[in-house]
Ligand binder design. Sequence first.
Ligand SMILES: Cc1cc2nc3c(=O)[nH]c(=O)nc-3n(C[C@H](O)[C@H](O)[C@H](O)COP(=O)(O)OP(=O)(O)OC[C@H]3O[C@@H](n4cnc5c(N)ncnc54)[C@H](O)[C@@H]3O)c2cc1C
Length: 364
Amino acid sequence: MDGEWDAVIIGGGPAGATVARYAAEGDARVLVIDRRSVIGEPLQCGELVPTNAEMARLCPKVPDLDDLLRTPQTAISRLTDKLCIVPPSSHALEFEFGGQILDRVAHDQALERVAREAGAEFRLGTGVASVDGHTVRLTDGTTVRGQVIVGAGGPHDPLRRARWREQSLHVAVGFVLMDGDFSDRVELYFGSVAPGGYAWMIPKRGGANIGLGVQPRFARGRPLRKFLTEFLTRYDGRITYRGGGLLPMSGAIRRLVKPPHVLVGDSAGMVFPSNGAGIIPAMIAGRIAGQVIAEHVRDGAPLTEYERIWNAQMGCEMRASQRAAWLGSVLFRMPDLLVNIALNRMSRPFVWRAITCRPMFGLF
Ligand SMILES: Cc1cc2nc3c(=O)[nH]c(=O)nc-3n(C[C@H](O)[C@H](O)[C@H](O)COP(=O)(O)OP(=O)(O)OC[C@H]3O[C@@H](n4cnc5c(N)ncnc54)[C@H](O)[C@@H]3O)c2cc1C
């Protein structure tokens, strides 16, 4: 498999698999390299995404979502239509929200399948050690070359580390899968339960995904696992799985392209920092990058087109989310009493606009 490719993609998660699908659909010869032997495993996710209809409301400038988001029924654990913000007082604010709770492993494997069907090749179980210009060196000692190299390796992406100086804030996140009966609504908890972040209970078929993320600088030396253990005492059920990971929480970086290198998904910080959602932004960016790469290979179109189109489709929502997260980081380090005062019926519309990445005060 060594050799020359139009695009070599580091990572076969939602970002990398989507770049691969659209670049291959545009007739580019694509190789995806992932250090995991099985795509999607081990699970590292809360598994909540908006339904396609909800997504169209949240990000109205993104075209043709039904072509991009073809989640098969087998990758959907259940649907929900309510989401609650729960302050320390437990006086929950409830909102209408069309959510899909995934079987994330099946979801990522479905994306891999679609990319393979489009003609992309995958090399699994081998990592990328380094990138030098067009040459990618793998951990098994072999090299491959690509006209374009895409960094879609998530928070630890080797291309981001090697070529980008800009730093992103990463929040450590821990979660469990628990068997049992849970409420039908998604619940997000704020305050000292998860300083600088939030805790979640996301109901699944026959159980729930329960976890939290904490910013270490607000945790006063207390480790993440202690916060998680304490939060889990609220629930009764058998834990069937424990996982964790890192979530980029400072928003998308400004430059996504340094030819011949391109960053997509978590490697470029493309998680909405006001709600921690990164799967769909990674796929939206992946489609744009894949289409631009195919045009670049075919007609020499500039790779920076990817950056321009991403900003046109997602720039407003990402900036609104970054501003809301900044305000949240000020608020959520305060004592619980103040968090209770801030999250009330009067502030309800502003809270919802912040969580859903819209300007909190209409204009800004
Ligand atoms: C605990 C947790 C809970 C989350 N919950 C949610 C949620 O409920 N909803 C939501 O929308 N988002 C959630 N996210 C965020 C979401 O998972 C990411 O935003 C999304 O996975 C980004 O996709 P990606 O393809 O950019 O990166 P990833 O999914 O991380 O994929 C990166 C891939 O690159 C591979 N890789 C890494 N380094 C190398 C290398 N050197 N060589 C080869 N391959 C490499 C990895 O093996 C991996 O397969 C959560 C994240 C975490 C950690």
